[in-house]
Design a protein around this ligand. Structure first.
Ligand code: AHR
Length: 656
């Protein structure tokens, strides 16, 4: 009986596996490399979130701007009190009866008199006007979702007129709303724009005399990325999705550990109803609404097929904050040891929120936000390039120990200071190695030459120690010479993909006129998106990742540090991908030998990014440097002339 069963099992197994015999797989002899190698790092720097990726069109929607954020800011910044048609009223900013204690300011309006003069051609009323982040961009025929919280003080119902207007007061869209509730209540309406404008304003007018309190005045395009409510700007999000990143780190950067303990990024403040989230000063000198919070981040990751890599503070604040910009200065502050138990619980709660069943305390909050299924969080970063003080070490170890005990399945990412070498780097690595932290986060911003000279950095890394996450890197500049130096370096990351687990360029987004960091991957204004050569390099590599690395495929002048190459295979498709980099000013020959790969298709795809060393894209010439894609015929062995200052990606199909 037993024998029969085993025989049956073998027959069934053969039948099941037979159809897979021709399925995609990697060629023998390749080195297994990380399947999560290239991804994104999002930090709310350079107006990346509010006024950027987050699609909210109203600026200062909750009246929480204040002078700690910018010297000339106050709760009424970016708002105008309007009384058209000879109407009259009063306004004040109040805090005594807010929607939620996390959102303390609101505006009280006393509409004393609504003008009634037939000869005056404008709509009369008393209310507010907001022009967003330097004008709202609206498009003809598109819908916009308006909402506001109102608490009526007056007994009788009140009529409101909500409109979108041009700077000249021309009406682009208009709708009516009635309020009556004496408690805070959310009112919504949809506006459809009859024309396009890049400088529209939202105007909220009461047409009834009376008193009311107003807060959380919001306007979103209906067309956000994937039409998500409280969603992301579709065009910007699409440029990120187009890269096909394997992961996305969030929310920083220095933003994570913050400017002093009170400014640390606390994930719990960024989930749940928007009106209950806690806005705060952004360490880069502006305001973060937390509207693009942890839920929106995880949802976006899921939408684009990227693994989330959240980073949590290690119980210390940024060493460069608190009034000092000297590394090693007195900026770093540490949570009291007595507070660590609660803080560690906060870290553990994040894992439950992301992965726990919808019946768990924190999983239930995820489910309430609309995502009952777990997010499948795999990685958690602890700390961001912190100064390696005894205070840091003690707290970091406490957190790591607790996460390992409660969630051994989670891959912890440690931190190794802000530079590629030096005291914090050495100490960070030592601490993480002692704790057997699986991955360590390195950061470096350097000149392009450094990248070219250090292409072999990871060849020498000890494979028995923690793996590397190159969480932040960039060469200083957005010219072709910067991008191509990075491309050469990334071939080294692929070659060392057995020890380099992940890598992400930084910073990712920068709004024109609102940048705190000058070298960035994607620049944008309210209308345009400027993709740098650095973006194209990242995209070309990310679109063409593999999980097996093959050496000796490309032969080139090894003494020339301006040349680099790599060859990977993607075991899902069996495609072989060769990357060839020439950072010199003359075309150079490289020999490609694909004879080890069986079933090569001769008709391949080639993508080339090339230009002059100082070429860059600007808002005046947004497409000066872009890659070109075409068909390409390959042989088993062929020679390729790599153009001067170029990255070439050749993608070859294999198999049937
Ligand atoms: O990417 C910009 C900043 O550089 C990050 O916030 C910080 O981690 C690093 O110093």
């Amino acid at each position: 009986m037993m024998k029969l069963n085993i025989g049956l099992i073998i027959v069934v197994a053969i039948c099941l596996l037979w159809p897979l015999r021709n399925s995609a797989q990697a060629t023998k002899g390749g080195k297994k490399i990380s399947a999560d190698l290239l991804g994104l790092f999002f930090e709310d720097i350079n107006y990346a979130a509010d006024g950027g990726l987050y699609a909210e069109l109203v600026q200062n929607r909750s009246f929480e701007y204040n002078l700690e954020e910018k010297r000339d800011w106050n709760p009424f910044s970016y708002w105008e009190f309007v009384q058209p048609g000879h109407s009259m009223g009063h306004i004040s900013v109040e805090t005594s009866s807010p929607i939620h204690p996390n959102n303390p300011h609101y505006v009280l309006i006393d509409a004393e008199y609504i003008g009634d003069y037939p000869q005056v051609k404008v709509e009369s009323g008393v209310g507010l006007k907001n022009s967003g982040f330097d004008g709202m961009v609206v498009r003809q025929g598109e819908k916009y979702n308006f909402s506001m919280f109102v608490q009526q003080i007056t007994d009788a119902p009140m009529d409101f007129l909500i409109s979108l207007q041009t700077p000249k007061g021309e009406i682009l869209a208009q709708t009516k709303l009635n309020t009556s509730d004496k408690m805070w209540k959310k009112y919504t309406a949809t506006l459809t724009s009859t024309a396009s404008s890049d400088s529209a304003s939202l105007v909220v007018l009461t047409k009834t005399s009376g008193q009311f309190a107003i807060d959380m005045v919001s306007l979103f395009p209906e067309k956000t990325f994937r039409n998500r409510p409280n969603g992301l700007r579709a065009d910007l999000a699409q440029t990120l999705a187009d890269m096909q990143p394997r992961f996305m780190r969030f929310p920083g950067g220095c933003l994570v550990h913050g400017n002093g303990l009170g400014n640390m990024y606390r994930w719990k403040n960024t989930i749940g109803p928007l009106e209950e989230r806690k806005a705060q000063r952004n360490i880069w000198g502006y305001h973060q609404t937390a509207g693009l919070g942890y839920f929106e981040y995880f949802q976006f990751c899921e939408d684009i097929g990227a693994k989330p890599v959240p980073v949590l503070p290690a119980g210390v604040s940024c060493q460069n904050s608190g009034g000092t910009h000297v590394i090693g200065g007195a900026g770093q502050k540490a949570l009291c040891i007595d507070d660590m138990k609660e803080y560690i619980q906060e870290v553990l709660d994040l894992i439950e929120w992301a992965n726990g069943p919808a019946t768990s305390t924190w999983g239930a909050k995820r489910a309430a936000a609309g995502h009952p299924a777990p997010f499948n969080l795999e990685y958690v970063g602890i700390g961001n390039e912190d100064k390696m003080t005894p205070e840091f070490e003690e707290r970091f170890k406490m957190i790591v120990k607790a996460v390992k005990e409660k969630h051994p399945e989670v891959i912890i990412v440690g931190t190794a200071g802000p530079f590629h070498s030096g005291e914090d780097f050495e100490k960070g690595w030592k601490i993480s190695s002692e704790m057997k932290v699986p991955v360590v986060d390195e950061h470096y911003y350097v000149q392009p030459d450094w990248f070219l000279s250090n292409q072999h950095r990871y060849d020498k890394y000890d494979r028995t120690k923690s793996k590397v996450y190159l969480g932040e890197y960039a060469s200083w500049g957005n010219k072709m010479k910067n991008a191509i130096a990075e491309a050469a370096y990334i071939t080294g990351l692929e070659r060392n993909g057995d020890v380099v687990q992940m890598a992400s360029y930084a910073p990712m987004l920068a709004k024109k006129g609102f940048t705190q960091w000058t070298t960035d991957m994607i620049f944008f204004d309210n209308v345009n998106i400027l993709l740098t050569p650095n973006y194209y390099v990242q995209k070309m590599f990310m679109n063409n990742q593999g999980d097996y690395y093959f050496d000796k495929v490309v032969t080139k002048d090894e003494s020339n540090k301006l040349l680099a190459a790599s060859c990977v295979q993607d075991s899902k498709t069996s495609d072989v991908i060769v990357k060839l980099v020439n950072a010199g000013t003359e075309a150079m020959p490289m020999k490609v030998d694909l004879s080890r790969f069986k079933g090569l298709h001769s008709n391949a795809q080639i993508e080339v990014l090339e230009g002059n060393a100082d070429d860059e894209n600007t808002f005046d010439n947004i497409q000066k440097v872009t890659p070109t894609k075409s068909d390409y015929t390959v042989k088993c062995k062929f020679e390729y002339q790599a153009p001067a200052m170029s990255l070439t990606v050749i993608r070859i199909k294999t198999g049937k």
